[in-house]
Design a protein around this ligand. Sequence first.
Ligand SMILES: [Zn+2]
Length: 279
Amino acid sequence: MAQLGAGQPSVAIVGAIHGDEPCGARAIERLIEDDPPVRRPVKLIIANAEALERDVRYVDADLNRAFDDGVPEDALERDLAHQLASELRGMTAISIHSTQSYPYPFAIASRIDDYARDIASKLSVRALVDTGSPNLGRVFEAEADIIEVEAGLQKSDAATENAYRLVREFLTATRVLPGETTAGELPVYRMGEPIEKPDASAYEVFVENFTRVEANEPFAAADGTPLSEPNPFYPILLSSYGYADIFGFRGQKLGTVTPGQRESDGASSTRSRSRSNAQ
Ligand SMILES: [Zn+2]
């Protein structure tokens, strides 16, 4: 744990929830090195240092799902999840991930509340994904405003560059750093149900994430056999080997958000606790 600035922070940056996604930790290290003059303190958290050190996603259990009933009491990540929830209580936070599915940054929130709308529209991301229902099981939870970003392809230099830029933008959006954010309209997607992989030894994906796939259009193959869906969808976190059992998610496009747009403008969700379903 590190901190920039003096006093009790209410803003936090979280890296290395997954140890084999080093871009967030690298961005935090670079921020400490740069030591920018902050207007208010910010907490810097490397969530799973041991997994990062070992270059594995996790040691005993996925930290983003560490409250799941199936996770043993003595799992390292169970402790880490409790620590993290306590560190983040009441905070405004960004958590940085990377994927095997998409080279460009996008944001993920468990619900599209004012915080998610406001922050995501001030980051250089291509999309905001609403995980909606907890379809990946009971996951990391904290009573905090948390937005997750996927910074790019796992272990790429571009993901580290993107992560650092996203951190600076987040700190500007939260008034930790001076300056103005460039805000724009942002497409919003609902994550939807997972797309199961049939048993096979080789998988391919033919389509781009966030680009509409038509009904009966082959989007992937398992051992050379093309796969399609009866209804159109927007692929989210879709990749050949990013997950063991699923290709990714059957997303739907919900609309767009703009900076400063509030719930009272007609959006549907309530400001509440945040959950993380990020890859
Ligand atoms: Zn991750």
